[in-house]
Design a protein around this ligand. Structure first.
Ligand code: PEP
Length: 247
């Protein structure tokens, strides 16, 4: 079965009730490719507002999840709480949490496993820094990040892997189609060797890092690029053009 094209929007710590309501209105009205699965991740404060007003065809995603179901963990939200609130997805491993908040591979793997066992789907982010790319360590770094998840997770059917080179996030520097395809193919090979051929065939591997309405069509033609995780451009009306990249 062909893999369904997938576009996620990560609003990061951006937006107000007014601006997010405008985005919801725009997405509800816009003609969206019915072949694309669309998932948006507003700041936690707005998850319920978005779920209530966004059309049900578009799914809602937390930007973060904790690795315990409940308890004395001030400021955290569990997968069980998200699932109860009809939020079906969470991001894990975003580079801003890895770099700014110091989240380790092992903690991210625990959060991914907890999200899955709490009933969520996960967009798991991985990717190398500029120094690591220049040292020719891209594939090593990315497969190491994936291997940490493999230690705690058997079933990959609810995971979308987002390859996001750190040097391309929010910088306006997009990976070339060749760079993206090369890493996506390596991730698929890793899935075939380390998980299963079914996981390699079925897992969506999406690209993130300065995707815009201008560069999305060419990237979307690559054999192993199954969609995008979009930051800055997901706050703009042109997000619709990215959702419709394959039309
Ligand atoms: C992201 O936040 O996941 C991202 C890819 O950001 P941007 O599109 O702004 O580079």
């Amino acid at each position: 079965m062909p893999r369904q094209f997938f576009v996620g929007g990560n609003f990061k710590m951006n937006g107000t009730i007014k601006s997010i309501t405008d985005i919801i209105h725009n997405l509800n009205q816009a003609p969206l490719d019915p072949g694309t699965e669309v998932v948006i991740a507003p700041p936690g404060l707005f998850l319920l507002l978005v779920r209530e007003h966004l059309k049900p065809e578009i799914e809602v995603c937390a930007q973060n999840v904790f690795d315990k179901p409940n308890g004395a963990f001030t400021g955290e939200i569990s997968a069980e709480q998200l699932a109860d609130a009809k939020i079906g997805w969470s991001l894990t491993g975003h580079s801003e949490r890895r770099v700014v908040l110091g989240e380790s591979d092992s903690f991210i793997a625990s959060k991914t496993a907890a999200a899955l066992s709490g009933g969520l789907n996960v967009i798991f982010c991985c990717g190398e820094t500029l120094d690591q790319r220049e040292a020719n360590e891209t594939i090593k770094v990315v497969t190491h990040q994936l291997a940490a998840v493999k230690e705690k997770t058997k079933d990959w059917s609810k995971i979308v892997i987002a390859y996001e080179p750190v040097w391309a996030i929010g910088t306006g520097k997009v990976a070339t189609t060749e760079q993206a395809q090369e890493v996506h193919a390596a991730i698929r090979k890793w899935l075939a060797e380390e998980v299963s051929t079914a996981a390699a065939d079925e897992t969506r591997i999406i690209y993130g890092g300065s995707v815009t309405e201008k560069n999305c069509a060419e990237l979307s033609q690559q054999a192993d690029v199954d969609g995008f995780l979009v930051g800055g451009a997901s706050l703009k009306p042109a997000f619709v053009d990215i959702i419709n990249a394959r039309q």
